[in-house]
Design a binder for this molecule. Structure first.
Ligand code: GLN
Length: 453
């Protein structure tokens, strides 16, 4: 049924970069056989899933939305893909994304943009617009995204779906093409909070292949989603997120969601996190610095594309590398490599990268202080509803501002969820509320999220 749905709508939505119908059907049949043989299977066994194209999938193309990886077929599976397969979840295909996960609209994909299923003239958010769009368009019941600065939560907000960024280290990064290794985290894109919890419990947990993986059991997310209880819970509304620059309809639906939590027995207070004002600036130094280093491995020798410089006989390795990177990387990727190498260069390192790391510490301190007073924090997920395609393409700064509310969680490593908060009056498009919890306390997101659903 999902393959039929993909065939019917994906020409318009363009959320998939690669569909593996045969592989998905074979995996579904093998689940039937295991079940018939009396094997006890996971509750999600047989439920198909789509995976963001940033994850290594053995035998399936993995491009990261970039021309530089065109034609590369990974020889191994990312740990989380191994876990999906072991649970018996057929992989429908790979979803579209901004090139190397840099963007907030999926317009920076080298393979063309994804369209928002609510209104095809609008963006589905980014960088994981493909993963949220397939769920919103009923092309897949579940998907996996990655969130470095908001790429699971912001697309969830603008497509009216649920998206979770687990605690940093909660889901293995082994086999994920790194954007910024200290910020990246994979997580669920779903239509309900319980679906997200079930999926989280499949992909989460310790992995010796990832040195930053947390060596502890997955938090009790499914139990919390089933309990859906906020009685006596202290909820902090973040003062710095939600004021100027936030669309009126986004703010109105957010205030209503907060009132619903109060009616359900939560105690709501306002909490100030003053350093959050500097989060975006710090992020756009730390992320490009790490990305410029991570992307150095695309050297024309190891993966995908290789371009020979024109008019050069017997080119050097360096000339081939330059020609390949020039042809293979898009403008946004080049912009960030230039920013990152500049911020890391000697003479500027302390002024930019070092300074940004200090701000990162202040943000973690703000979270620690806030969580001394409250159990969870809330804010609107994204300042606006889905904007029109093309609107922000010439203005990187306004694109970056889409993530003002989501970035602090990545800088501090704390978990965050976005869930639908209703449609904005002015445009009838989905808005999202973001819930944040202390590191390793992911179950709190699910308790609050399920209570709001
Ligand atoms: N939009 C943010 C960026 O462009 C977030 C990216 C992400 O989370 N992968 O960096």
């Amino acid at each position: 049924a999902h393959l039929d749905r993909i065939a019917a709508v994906d020409a318009d939505v363009h959320a998939f970069l690669h569909v593996d119908g045969e592989g998905a059907l074979a995996a579904a049949r093998s689940v039937d056989e295991r079940r018939a043989a009396g094997e006890e299977l996971h509750v999600l066994a047989g439920v198909p899933i789509a995976v963001k194209d940033v994850m290594a999938t053995q035998g399936l193309p993995t491009t990261c939305g970039s021309k530089i990886l065109e034609g590369w077929i990974p020889p191994y599976d990312a740990t989380l893909v191994t876990r999906l397969r072991a649970a018996g979840m057929p992989i429908l295909g790979k979803t579209n994304m901004d090139e190397f996960a840099m963007g907030s609209s999926t317009e920076h994909s080298a393979y063309g943009p994804t369209h928002n299923p609510w209104d095809l003239t609008r963006i589905p958010g980014g960088s994981g617009g493909g993963s949220s769009a397939v769920v919103a368009a009923y092309e897949a019941p579940l998907a996996i995204g990655t969130d470095t600065g908001g790429s699971i939560r912001q697309p969830a907000a603008v497509t009216g779906t649920v998206g979770v960024k687990p605690t940093y280290g909660g889901v293995s990064r082994y086999g994920l093409v790194a954007l910024a290794s200290s910020l990246d985290q994979a997580g669920p894109c779903t239509r309900t909070v319980l679906d997200a919890a079930l999926l989280h419990s499949v992909i989460g947990g310790f992995d010796p292949m990832d040195s930053t993986s947390i060596d502890a059991p997955v938090p009790p997310v499914v139990e919390a989603a089933r309990r859906a209880d906020v009685k006596g819970l202290k909820v902090g509304v973040i003062k710095e997120l939600g004021g100027e620059g936030y669309q009126a309809g986004v703010r109105a639906r957010f205030d209503e969601s907060v009132a619903l939590l109060q009616e359900a027995g939560a105690e709501v207070v306002e909490v100030s996190c003053p350093s959050f004002d500097y989060a975006l600036a710090a992020y756009y130094l730390i992320l490009p610095s790490e990305a410029s280093s991570n992307l150095a491995k695309f050297d024309a020798m190891r993966y995908g594309l290789r371009v020979l410089p024109e008019g050069v006989d017997d080119p050097s390795a360096e000339q081939v590398m330059a020609a390949t990177r020039d042809a293979g990387f898009g403008d946004e990727v080049k912009r960030r490599i230039i920013l990152g190498t500049y911020a890391l260069s000697s003479g500027y390192y302390d002024a930019y990268y070092g300074q940004a790391q200090k701000v990162r510490r202040l943000i973690a301190n703000d979270f620690a202080k806030a969580f001394d007073q409250v159990d969870v924090l809330v804010s609107p997920t994204s300042p606006t509803t889905a904007f029109r395609m093309g609107d922000k393409l010439d203005d990187p700064m306004s694109m970056y501002l889409q993530d003002v509310a989501t970035i602090p969680a990545n800088l501090a490593g704390v978990p965050g969820m976005s869930l639908p908060s209703g449609l904005a009056d002015e445009d009838g498009l989905p808005t999202g509320i973001q819930i944040l919890a202390p590191a390793t306390q992911d179950q709190r997101l699910y308790g609050v999220g399920a209570a709001l659903e």
